[in-house]
Ligand binder design. Structure first.
Ligand code: HPA
Length: 292
């Protein structure tokens, strides 16, 4: 595979050796042996700055790695210790709406698995569908709805390599119960900046346009509490290869589900809420990791 020119469209043709080449390249350049990987959502990359004993790799330097194109996403892999635990952090992730196939958006997760990672923590910014959620709330992801996936657009499509996992993996237990309980307890101890930890179903949509009023009503009817444009492909691949997953969404805006509303979702609001609340979410993640 060429390391510099990444073809986002021909994304289902990665081999075990492609992932292995990326993992071996990293293992040869860092002494860190992370057991936990963290994927930082929009504006949540500050977590990586909290790591001690850091080794930083810009995505562009890593053979096989896709490149991030979104403002607010730094685009680097940071190895180090968080709360004394060896971790690897993605500062900037890959989105379907950037033009990548689902396989590409989840490429790093198989690399993490080959690095020896056992636990994946995913964070994201999401729109609140549940009327009881307010911007700034943190939602523990209990389950997800994979809108593109239900129509077949999933990173597990194509030939299955048993070395990663089974052809038909279960997803009824995608979000680890023990880790979720740990996150609940930790959030309670920490007070979460005055708010409590919400809990709910995250719906993955392709984006990049925000949802129409009718789409918001539909997603709510389907049982979703929050909507966003990431995370689920990474979780599918993580569960396929046996990683435990903890998912946290920062609710950055209330979706518009009423035609009389003058509001409209916008990226600035998403980034601004994230800026205001990122510290609390980062603190929660680092305290949870201390207890893993
Ligand atoms: N919709 C989809 N994705 C999002 C939203 C939203 O309202 N807010 C943050 N990410």
């Amino acid at each position: 595979m060429a390391s510099s020119s990444f073809d986002a469209s021909s994304s289902s043709s990665y081999t075990y050796e492609d992932y292995k080449e990326t993992a071996d390249w990293l293992l040869a350049r860092t002494e860190q042996r992370p057991r936990v990987a963290i994927i930082c959502g929009s504006g949540l990359g500050g977590l990586a700055d909290l790591l001690d004993k850091r080794n930083v790799f810009p995505y562009g330097d890593i053979p096989g790695f896709p490149q991030s194109t979104v403002p607010g996403h730094a685009g680097r892999l940071v190895f180090g210790e968080l709360s004394g635990r060896p971790c690897v952090c993605m500062q900037g992730r890959f989105h379907f709406y950037e033009g990548y196939g689902a396989h590409t958006t989840a490429y790093p997760v198989r690399v993490f698995s080959l690095l020896g990672v056992e636990t994946l923590v995913v964070t994201n910014a999401a729109g609140g569908l549940n009327g009881r959620f307010d911007p700034g709330d943190v939602m523990l992801i209990r389950d997800h709805i994979n809108m593109p996936g239900l129509a077949g657009e999933t990173p597990l499509r194509g030939p299955n390599d048993q070395r990663f996992g089974p052809r038909f993996p279960a997803m009824s237990d995608a979000y680890d119960r023990e880790l979720s309980a740990l996150a609940r307890r930790t959030a309670e101890e920490q007070g979460l900046g005055g708010g409590s930890l919400r809990e709910g179903v995250y719906c993955f949509v392709g984006g990049p346009s925000y949802e129409t009023v009718a789409e918001c009503k539909l997603l709510r009817l389907l049982g979703a509490d929050a909507v966003g444009m990431s995370t689920v492909p990474e979780v599918l691949v993580a569960r396929h290869c046996g990683l435990r997953v903890l998912g946290l969404s920062l609710i950055t805006n209330k979706v518009v589900s009423d035609y009389a509303s003058e509001e409209a979702a916008n990226h600035q609001e998403v980034l601004e809420t994230t800026r205001l609340r990122s510290q609390d979410l980062q603190r929660l993640v680092s305290h949870v990791i201390a207890k893993i």
